[in-house]
Design a protein around this ligand. Sequence first.
Ligand SMILES: [Zn+2]
Length: 297
Amino acid sequence: MEDQIRLAAFNWLKLQINIYNNILPRRILEEGFELNGERITLVGPSGIWKPKQFKSIPISITTVLNGPYSDKISDGFLTYKFRGVDPYHRDNIGLRLAMTTKTPLIYFVNLSKGKYMANFPAYIINEDRASLEFTVALDEEKYIGIPSESELVNEESSYYRRKYVTSLVDRRAHQQSFRVRVLEAYNSRCCLCKLNHPELLDASHIIPDNEPDGEPIVINGLTLCKIHHSAFDVNILGISPDYIIHVREDILNEIDGPMLKHGIQDLNNQRIILPSRKQDYPDRNRLDWRYTKFLET
Ligand SMILES: [Zn+2]
């Protein structure tokens, strides 16, 4: 019966992921879905969540990226902190049971306030009572219900596949979290042209993420539309630390159609649109670093 509910939950989530592009409002997860006249909730006040219809194994675990209990990648898999310090707290017992029974769970990542990314199936594959941590592996959906020990799947290949899927999910979660937080800071508008269509917007790094100071934090981000993101990346325009847009000289002298004129040339010497909260303003030192590169070209 619980297995049936879990599968129904996965199917319901798939629909929501499509609708919300996997940025799920907490409200719909709290409300959950209806099955045979009963409401199945997917998250609740506790990070390890068990709907009332289930006996002891939870349905989901939730993590906050960059939070105080931030779950990290260890040896290719995720770690998930015990609830409290008692290994026999009912939530910890529940996750241990999920481990021994190889029960697929949902792994929610809290991207920003009230917004979640859903990943499944997630399996508890190990526990470390000394560090009060479980090890979590993500897998591809098509392998739900196929035990890794069965003759169908080679155990070693499933180990490497899960490791790969887990690191992929973790990377996506960090990218998505950066995107959500940067777009929120700029009220989903391109900071150069005000365009207000999230599907045409990117969260761009001021200092690229392969550089030492290129962290995925809001003050190292700018919300840019696709065209302006590319223009910024190839140094067709730059932004000085006083938030002024500078269009490259040769581009200013070019004569062409309305996209060049209104979309790029007219931005010269304009100020970017800043986030509503001062704490989200782009970092002047990082802008300076980037603007220096622009001037060098
Ligand atoms: Zn734009």
